[in-house]
Design a protein around this ligand. Structure first.
Ligand SMILES: [Fe+2]
Length: 351
C-alpha cells in the first residue's frame, strides 16, 4: 500500500482504503474499488489531495486521506463572503450600479474555494436563513453552480465566469420589494410580471460593462429560459439557451427548494432532486440534470434521515434499476433494508 498524489492516479489502480469525507465519515468510495477515469475525476472534485492505492495484493490498511478543507473552514469563509455579498448587493440597491471588481474578486478567490470544499452542498443545507433571501440565495446558487460546473468539467476562467454568473443571476430582484418577494399568498398578475422582469433587468445592469463576459450576461438573462420554450423572458428553445444558463437553472431550482422562505418550509434534497428529474426531458438539459442527480445522490449516501413514520434510518444506496430514481434504499434501526422507491414511506428530514 502506498500514498499517492491525486495527479499521479491512473485508471486501474486499486483503492487500499476507503475514501471518506473528514468529519462525518461519509463513505465516498469503498476500499478495493478499481479506479476508472470517472472515479479519478470525482476524487479531484472532492478536493482530496492524496490517497492510498496498491496493486490489490497488499493487505487493506487504514484510510489515509488528506482533506483540503473542513466544515469549520467552510463556515468561516462562507460567513465572511456572505458579509461582502450583502455589502455589494446593498450598493447595487442604492446606486443601481454593479461593483463588478469586488464581485469578480469574490467569485474568483472566495466562492471558488467554497465550491471546491467537499460536502459544500450538504453544508449549505445546514445554514440559517438570512432575512433578505436574495442575498443568501445568490451566494448559495453561485456555490452550487460552481460545484455543478466542476462536475461538468468546467475549469479555470470558464469556471470562474460561471460562478460569477451564478452570483449575479438574480441581481434584477434587488429592486423588487420584499412585500412581493416574500408574499405568502398567490401573487397578482402585476406582481408576477414584476418578478418575471428580473432576469431582463439584471441583464441591463451588466449589459454595458466591458469587464463582464458575454457568458455571464447570458447566464443572468437566460436562467429562467427552458428547453421546451416554456421559460422567460424570450421563450427560447434548446440550444438557443447558453449552457451556463442551463447549469444555473438547475442550481437555482435546487437551492430555492431546499431553503426556508418566510412563507414556506424547505423540502428535502430528495424532493428537490425529484422536481429536477421530472423536468429533465422538458425544461432542463438532461445531461446536466443527470450529472447533478448522480453526484448529489452519491453525496447523500451515508446520511441519517428521518422517515415519515418518525423512524431514523441511514441511506445505504440508490437502486441502480431506477436510473432517475431519487428515493434511496435505507437501513432501519433494526438493520432491515427498505427500498423507498417501492415503499409508501418517505424521507421528511436529512440530518
Ligand atoms: Fe431568477
Amino acid at each position: 500500500m502506498r500514498s499517492i498524489l491525486i495527479e499521479n492516479l491512473t485508471p486501474g489502480m486499486l483503492l487500499s482504503a476507503e475514501v471518506t469525507t473528514g468529519e462525518h465519515e461519509v463513505k465516498l468510495l469503498d476500499r478495493g474499488t478499481r479506479l476508472t477515469s470517472a472515479y479519478i475525476n470525482k476524487i479531484k472534485n472532492w478536493g482530496i489531495s492524496s490517497l492510498c492505492v496498491g496493486n490489490g495484493k497488499e493487505r487493506i490498511g487504514k484510510r489515509a486521506i488528506e482533506i483540503k478543507r473542513t466544515r469549520v473552514d467552510f463556515l468561516k469563509n462562507y460567513t465572511e463572503t456572505m458579509n461582502r455579498v450583502i455589502e455589494a448587493f446593498r450598493y447595487i440597491q442604492k446606486f443601481k450600479e454593479v461593483p463588478i471588481l469586488e464581485l469578480r474578486e469574490l467569485a474568483e478567490h472566495k466562492i471558488i474555494l467554497l465550491a471546491e470544499t467537499i460536502g459544500a452542498i450538504d453544508y449549505l443545507y445546514e445554514m440559517q436563513r438570512h432575512s433578505e433571501h436574495t442575498f443568501q440565495h445568490s451566494l448559495n446558487v453561485a456555490i452550487i453552480t460552481g460545484v455543478l460546473g466542476k462536475w461538468c468539467n468546467y475549469q479555470g476562467k470558464e469556471l470562474k465566469n460561471l460562478i460569477l454568473a451564478g452570483l449575479l443571476h438574480d441581481i434584477g430582484k434587488l429592486a423588487i420589494s420584499l412585500a412581493i418577494l416574500d408574499k405568502p399568498g398567490k401573487l397578482t398578475c402585476e406582481e408576477f410580471e414584476a418578478i418575471k422582469r428580473h432576469s431582463g433587468e439584471g441583464y441591463q445592469l451588466v449589459q454595458g460593462l466591458e469587464q463582464v463576459p458575454n457568458s455571464v450576461k447570458l447566464g443572468i438573462l437566460q436562467h429562467h429560459e427552458r428547453l421546451d420554450g416554456s421559460g422567460y423572458p424570450a421563450g427560447l428553445h434548446g440550444d438557443e439557451i447558453h449552457h451556463d444558463a442551463k447549469i444555473i437553472a438547475i442550481a437555482d431550482i435546487y437551492e430555492a427548494m431546499t431553503s426556508d422562505r418566510v412563507y414556506r418550509r424547505r423540502v428535502t434534497p430528495f424532493e428537490a432532486l425529484d422536481t429536477i428529474a421530472n423536468q429533465m426531458f422538458s425544461g432542463l438539459e438532461p445531461e446536466i440534470c443527470l450529472t447533478f442527480l448522480n453526484n448529489v445522490r452519491d453525496s447523500l449516501i451515508g446520511s441519517n434521515v428521518v422517515l415519515s413514520t418518525g423512524q431514523i434510518a441511514q441511506i445505504i444506496a440508490f437502486n441502480i434499476r431506477h436510473k432517475y430514481g431519487t428515493k434511496p434504499i435505507v437501513c432501519m434501526h433494526n438493520g432491515k433494508m427498505v427500498d423507498l422507491q417501492k415503499d409508501e414511506i418517505h424521507i421528511v428530514e436529512v440530518n
